[in-house]
Design a protein around this ligand. Structure first.
Ligand SMILES: N[C@@H](CCC(=O)N[C@@H](CS)C(=O)NCC(=O)O)C(=O)O
Length: 158
């Protein structure tokens, strides 16, 4: 059995992205919640370059950067790849993942952003985007949140 630990933060789309990939692949891991205003010594030790989450720790060895972690998961557990196996699909999935990092809206990462958007709308009591104008995006967001694994692992609004 692998000794896998994920340092994440419930506020982070990058952390959610990796957490969902691990859950989707059914890989057992221990989750360590970080407080980004008071990071643990372990996190600083594991990611001395950026001091950021997510960090996946595999048997005491850290892997930093969400896309690098996803690649690691793919190679380690090729039987349950988080990315499509055919080259065209993979290219598109990576394009989306990179876009998600750059623009913070696409693919799995945008699922957590979608979740956050509705949370921010709720707290600020304002509409950030018009569901009528973006009907397909609204529909996708609703469907995304209905996927059982995603629904069970969305950060709690409370
Ligand atoms: N490129 C990184 C971005 C990670 C990132 O920005 N993490 C943020 C949380 S969303 C963080 O740890 N921020 C803490 C800080 O900047 O001090 C990745 O993909 O993992």
């Amino acid at each position: 059995m692998e000794d896998l630990k994920l340092h994440g933060a419930w506020t982070s789309p990058y952390g959610q992205y990796v957490l969902w990939a691990l859950k989707l692949e059914g890989i057992p891991f221990e989750y360590i919640e970080e407080h980004l205003s008071n990071k643990s010594d372990l996190l600083l030790q594991y990611n001395p370059v950026h001091n950021k989450i997510p960090v996946l720790v595999n048997g005491g060895r850290p892997i930093c950067e969400s896309t690098v972690i996803i690649e690691f998961l793919e190679e380690k557990w090729p039987q349950h790849p988080p990315m499509p196996s055919h080259t065209q699909g993979r290219a598109m999935a990576w394009f989306c993942a990179k876009l998600a990092q750059e623009k913070i809206i696409a693919d799995i990462a945008s699922g957590s952003v979608a979740h956050w958007m509705s949370f921010i709308e709720e707290v600020l009591k304002l509409k950030l985007f018009n569901a009528e104008k973006f009907r397909r995006l609204q529909c996708w967001m609703e469907n995304f949140k209905k996927v059982p694994m995603i629904r069970e692992n969305l950060p709690d609004h409370e």
